[in-house]
Design a protein around this ligand. Structure first.
Ligand code: GLC
Length: 578
């Protein structure tokens, strides 16, 4: 049964098995380690995990080069460990999304190895060209690192197409056998209890490539096929798409008005404009981006994020805008990647706690479902001495212990950050758990707050006029309840007025602080904001009290009811300040 569009108010946590927790001491994270850390994730308050690829892989692209879709890479454990993990996750009410990489396989995959023989039954599973394609060095996803999109294979005596690196040959999704096999892959993991897939590199997975004519139209019918199969197998499983496309291109990815495509898509467009707003302190282009991505089918949802496991891609900004973000957050050449992005984590980019809180608070307040990146809840740093995107993939910092408590091994899959202000000595779970004012505990509080506001995931929203170019004010309405969030992106204080958006005299209850009303004596809503300040209000009272008809008793008749009224008010005040 469809569980009330659960994904619309989920809080997703993304992690990579490899760098999360190593239980067996071989320097690589594993399922047993992840199982031991599920209580931590439950304590944090997230309800959905997204696991990066963990299947067998030569691991030349962080596992996004799969050599067997039906197993677990031995470095992470066994299929038995996976099933145990699923059991433990479900026991704690956590749903699990996994990556589905269907655009390409590893070149080590037996399918590709078979395909290299000219007369093989699998020949047509990949995209081959007998002659040297003219566009061989066009359309690279990793410019500056990737050399071409077609490579010659001696054994095959032909060129094969690869949108990504040469060791990631593209599958031919026009081949019905390939489609049938990928359905089996989906069916396999769904049967093991996963809650859905993060569909990798969707625009490329849907493209068809003709060696003579280049890329053809996108096969959205294939997306519909995937969605239908998914839903037949598991009624409430979801597809979350990675498609960094323009707002004009979005609709077919959601399946058009019928909504039979992806349930959710990462909002890359808003992400990039959010970083522009964080860099400049001005919110106008962010507001435009929100409006440009507003119209999506009723059951579809955006997923918002701050950082992920890749570079912060700024490719959708105007050149001058991108330069502004580069200057502010990626000033040095070594911080930049592929000409369009920044390979840094959130905390070092923003540089101070206030800015981080603002960014996180906005993330939770944006229309859609939030996803957090492991370690960002602690304010973990990056390691720019590492290769490309590895800079932002260092192991989770659990404690001020050797290897940050991640592993007992001497050599790790990637080194922990052990020097300087971002070192695990200063930034780790153990220390932050105990400190009530830590970023970790603050993030936990924000997750609880977001969960108290289902209006954000489900409701209608409007941007409220504040008259201040640095302030983003959003109002959500759903089933008679409303929430207003206000964020000051400037490093200077300001005062805004929410009238006429909020009717005069209407109560605004602060959801984070004791302060009850934001309305002045004249009934207007003037809000004084500090630099980088943020507010969450519920329109009207908080109304925690459950109204059950009280039975008539003799003590009530004696007038005790009157004296109980102040007690009720005190109790309600306490609940608000929690
Ligand atoms: C996606 C992943 C990225 C990977 C690429 C190729 O963009 O996010 O990490 O390198 O696909 O699979």
């Amino acid at each position: 049964m469809i569980d009330e569009l659960w994904y619309k108010n989920a809080v997703i946590y993304s992690l990579d098995l490899e760098t999360f927790m190593d239980a067996n001491g071989d320097g690589v994270g594993d399922f047993e380690g992840l199982i031991r850390r599920l209580d931590y994730l439950q304590f944090l308050g997230v309800d959905t995990l997204w696991l990066a690829p963990f299947q067998p892989t030569p691991n030349r692209d962080n596992g996004y080069d799969i050599s067997d879709y039906y197993g677990v890479d031995p470095r992470h454990g066994t299929s038995g460990d996976f099933v145990e993990f699923m059991h433990q996750a479900h026991k704690r009410g956590l749903r699990v999304l996994i990556d589905l990489v269907i655009n390409h396989t590893s070149d080590r995959h037996p399918w590709f190895q078979d395909s290299r023989a000219r007369n093989s039954a699998k020949r047509d599973w990949y995209v081959w060209a007998d002659r040297r394609p003219a566009d061989l060095d066009e359309g690279m996803v990793f410019p500056g690192v990737q050399k071409s999109t077609w490579s010659y294979d001696r054994k095959a005596r032909a060129y094969y197409f690869h949108r990504f690196f040469a060791f990631q040959p593209d599958l031919n999704i026009e081949n019905p056998e390939v489609r049938a096999e990928l359905r089996r892959v989906m069916g396999f993991w769904l049967q093991l209890g996963i809650g859905g897939f993060r569909l990798d590199a969707v625009p490329f997975a849907l493209e068809t490539v003709d060696p003579a004519r280049g890329p053809g139209p996108l096969r959205f019918d294939y997306l519909t096929e995937l969605r239908r199969f998914l839903q037949w197998r598991s009624g409430d499983a979801v597809l979350l798409g990675e498609a960094n496309v323009t707002p004009e291109e979005v609709l077919p990815y959601f399946g058009g008005d019928g909504g039979d495509g992806m349930h959710m898509m990462f909002n890359f467009y808003v992400n990039q404009h959010l970083f522009l707003a964080l860099a400049t302190g001005q919110v106008d282009t962010l507001v435009e981006a929100l409006r440009a991505t507003r119209e999506i089918p009723a059951e579809a949802q955006w997923v918002n994020f701050l950082r992920n496991h890749d570079e912060l891609d700024l490719g959708r900004l105007e050149d001058a805008e991108r330069e502004t973000v580069f200057r502010r957050f990626g000033a040095e050449e070594r911080m930049r990647l592929y000409g369009r992005g920044i390979r840094r984590r959130l905390a070092p980019m923003l540089g101070d706690r206030r800015h981080e809180e603002l960014a996180y608070s906005v993330l939770f307040a944006l229309p859609g479902t939030p996803v957090l990146r492991y370690g960002d809840e602690l304010g973990m740093g990056d390691d720019l001495s590492l290769r490309e995107r590895d800079a932002v993939r260092t192991p989770m910092q659990w404690a001020d212990e050797p290897q940050g408590g991640f592993s007992a091994a001497e050599r790790l899959v990637l080194p922990v950050v052990g020097e300087g202000v971002w070192s695990y000595r200063h930034i780790n779970v153990a220390a932050q758990r105990r400190d009530p004012s830590s970023l970790l505990n603050w993030v936990g509080g924000m997750i609880r707050l977001r969960k108290e506001c289902p209006e954000i995931g489900r409701g209608d929203w409007v941007v409220l006029e504040t008259g201040d170019p640095h302030v983003l004010a959003l109002r959500y309405d759903w089933r008679g309840n409303s929430v207003i969030t206000v964020h000051n992106f400037a490093r200077t204080p300001c005062e805004i007025e929410l009238d006429p958006a909020v009717p005069r005299g209407e109560r605004l209850s602060n959801l984070r602080e004791e302060q009850e009303l934001a309305a002045d004596r004249d009934g207007r809503h003037r809000i004084a904001l500090d630099a980088l300040d943020y507010r969450w209000y519920r329109v009207g009272g908080l109304d925690y009290a459950v109204r059950t008809p009280r039975p008539f008793t003799s003590s009530r008749a004696a007038g005790a009811a009157g004296s109980s009224a102040p007690r009720t008010r005190r109790a309600r005040r306490r609940s608000r300040s929690r």
